[in-house]
Design a binder for this molecule. Structure first.
Ligand SMILES: NC(=O)c1ccc[n+]([C@@H]2O[C@H](COP(=O)([O-])OP(=O)(O)OC[C@H]3O[C@@H](n4cnc5c(N)ncnc54)[C@H](O)[C@@H]3O)[C@@H](O)[C@H]2O)c1
Length: 345
């Protein structure tokens, strides 16, 4: 039996996670869902974000973490969100940010003439290094001579493990090509490391073609001919940007799921959207990204059948137009969750 820590978090995170949990209970009643109260409310009351002991408990006593969203206008700078989310990503060493980009219905794609077969790729974004490590500083801050330095940290170990994860995924899923995206022409030191390691690792997967594209080229090509792409591997910053481009190609934030993964260890699954304070508490948030995130989590836990059932139910609800208004429907959050639940049979 699997044990899942559920952190609904803030704002619409609470509303969409409730629907995802209902779907999980419907397909896997024996799953143990343990709710964690972490978020702005707890931070404002007690000053607590997440402790090292709690991170230890997550890794020793849970199989997965399901997160809603973190961010609250009452916490200026969102320091609770940063500490909880980045705390989990960095301290649990969740080095893979896995973002599937799959179109459920043609009408959701802003590109002309693209079908559901044309948009089906995954992004492996490095999740623990790059410019997100916060190395750098400022000099002469607040003066006309101010200098800001933000370092882009890339380690051999970090680069190798994300590239290997992308090739392993490609092999396991019968894909024929892995695309590396970087900016090796302008960032020659980091780019050089990524390209050397990419070529080395690729030799262990002779049946898989490798290609390396500058990120500007790839961004353009993803809009022009997304059907070429199967598995994309990239650094933290470019992965962040490309994943949002991918989200826009398949219907936006209301449908996009992600995993923060360390194979063999407790991993974290969350919808890509934030806590959307502008619509929180109005029963208008789309719960489908959170529900698809739950499916992604089940697949990671080895339950492909339940994941496929959930994905099929979501797709059927979208095809029937039984969705929230961001996807053109008229339902509220709870009713959109029920439209999926009904289709689970
Ligand atoms: N991983 C996370 O927890 C995460 C990610 C992004 C932003 N945030 C935080 O969320 C807060 C709001 O950030 P933001 O406004 O930049 O991003 P956001 O994703 O919360 O919202 C962006 C826009 O998309 C809409 N939207 C988001 N989720 C939706 C849903 N499920 N259904 C329908 N519409 C939806 C919102 O109404 C808003 O107009 C901030 O505090 C931010 O730091 C958290």
């Amino acid at each position: 039996m699997a044990r899942v820590a559920v952190l609904p978090g803030d704002g619409v995170g609470k509303e969409v996670t409730r629907e995802a949990a209902r779907v999980l209970r419907a397909v896997r009643p024996e799953l143990e869902l343990v709710e964690w109260p972490h978020g702005a409310h707890r931070f404002l009351e007690s000053g607590e974000t997440i402790t090292d002991a709690e991170l230890g408990e997550l890794s020793s006593s849970y199989d997965a973490i399901l997160l809603g969203a973190l961010g609250d206008p009452r916490v200026p700078g969102n320091e609770h969100a940063r500490q909880i989310l980045l705390g989990m990503r960095f301290k649990l060493d969740l080095f893979i940010n896995f973002r599937p980009v799959r179109l459920l219905h043609e009408r959701l794609c802003p590109l002309k003439g693209k079908t559901v077969e044309d948009l089906d790729f995954v992004i492996f974004r490095e999740n623990t290094e790059g410019v997100y490590v916060g190395m750098g500083g400022t000099f002469k801050q607040g003066t006309p001579d101010e200098v800001a330095v933000q370092e882009d940290m890339n380690t051999r170990k970090g680069v190798e493990r994300i590239i290997r994860a992308a090739f392993d995924y490609a092999r396991a899923h019968g894909h024929s090509r892995v695309t590396l995206s970087d900016k090796a022409n302008a960032m020659e030191f980091a780019g050089g490391l990524w390209r050397r390691v990419f070529a080395e690792v690729a030799r262990e997967y002779p049946e898989i073609e490798r290609e390396a594209l500058y990120v500007d080229m790839l961004a353009m090509d993803l809009v022009r001919r997304p059907e070429r792409y199967q598995v994309i591997v990239t650094g933290n910053l470019f992965g962040d940007i490309l994943s949002d481009l991918g989200a826009a190609l398949v219907g936006g934030l209301g449908l996009t799921a992600s995993g923060n993964i360390h194979p063999g260890r407790v991993s974290l699954f969350e919808p890509v959207h934030g806590s959307a304070p502008d619509i929180a508490g109005q029963d208008t948030a789309n719960p489908l990204a959170a529900i698809l995130t739950a499916a992604l989590m089940l697949r990671h836990l080895g339950d492909d059948d339940s994941a496929a059932r959930i994905e099929a139910a979501v797709q059927a609800a979208v095809l029937a137009g039984e969705t929230t208004s961001d996807l053109g429907g008229t339902l509220g959050t709870v009713a959109a969750g029920e439209a999926v639940l009904r289709r689970l049979g």
